[in-house]
Design a binder for this molecule. Structure first.
Ligand code: SF4
Length: 193
């Protein structure tokens, strides 16, 4: 498979956190994660955020918006994504901000933030040691620590996803039947259970 066809996104890493098989199935079923700027749901969240919450969040985080829907790519890692916003502190560090409608399950979304911190650093920016999730429904701002160990784990997850796709070797199932029952991929890997 041509490397140019395989771009892993931070959202893939979020899926990988839920089950290592999901990004693989998404890739081969043509149901890839899309850049946030072309995702209707994300566009609506951004509109609401800018109209109602942005000023307050910038005040609370003592920062300003330095990137808005800007694509970031690391060709070496085949990692590519677009955080909703990147905030910049007065000291010059950058922090990704991801919008969610309501409070998400923290683990998977945090994995996505770790990957954005990694991507920022790979693109030559001075990435800070945390990122933000903002829940538009209830104005909740979550600050997520993105320390080196977590960021490296996200990079390793990207590598594992990439390898499984390049080798066309589906990762093992998560083994949690309760989770599988809710999973949109069940139809495609359900023969295992
Ligand atoms: S159905 Fe289960 S094993 Fe298959 S992708 Fe979903 S969570 Fe993973």
């Amino acid at each position: 498979m041509n490397n140019d066809d395989i771009w892993i996104s931070p959202e893939d890493i979020s899926d990988y956190h839920v089950c290592p098989r999901i990004p693989f199935i998404r890739f081969f079923s043509g149901n890839r994660r899309r850049y946030r700027s072309i995702d209707e749901r994300s566009r609506k969240l951004r509109k609401k955020f800018i109209e109602n919450d942005c000023e307050n969040v910038l005040e609370r985080t003592k920062s300003e918006i330095v990137m808005q829907g800007q694509g970031l790519q690391s060709r070496v890692d085949l990692l590519s994504g677009e955080p909703d916003y990147v905030l910049g502190s007065r000291a010059g560090a950058l922090y990704p901000l991801i919008l969610e409608h309501s409070a998400p399950e923290r683990g998977p979304v945090a994995s996505c933030l770790y990957a954005y911190v990694y991507l920022l650093a790979r693109c030559g920016y001075r990435a800070g040691r945390y990122g933000y999730i903002f829940c538009v429904k209830d104005n909740r701002l979550m600050r997520v620590t993105c320390d080196t160990a977590r960021v490296i784990r996200a990079a390793q997850s990207a590598e594992a996803i990439r390898d499984s796709i390049m080798k066309e070797c589906m990762p093992g199932p998560c083994g949690n039947r309760e989770q599988c029952a809710e999973c949109f991929c069940l139809r495609m890997c359900g023969d295992i259970f």
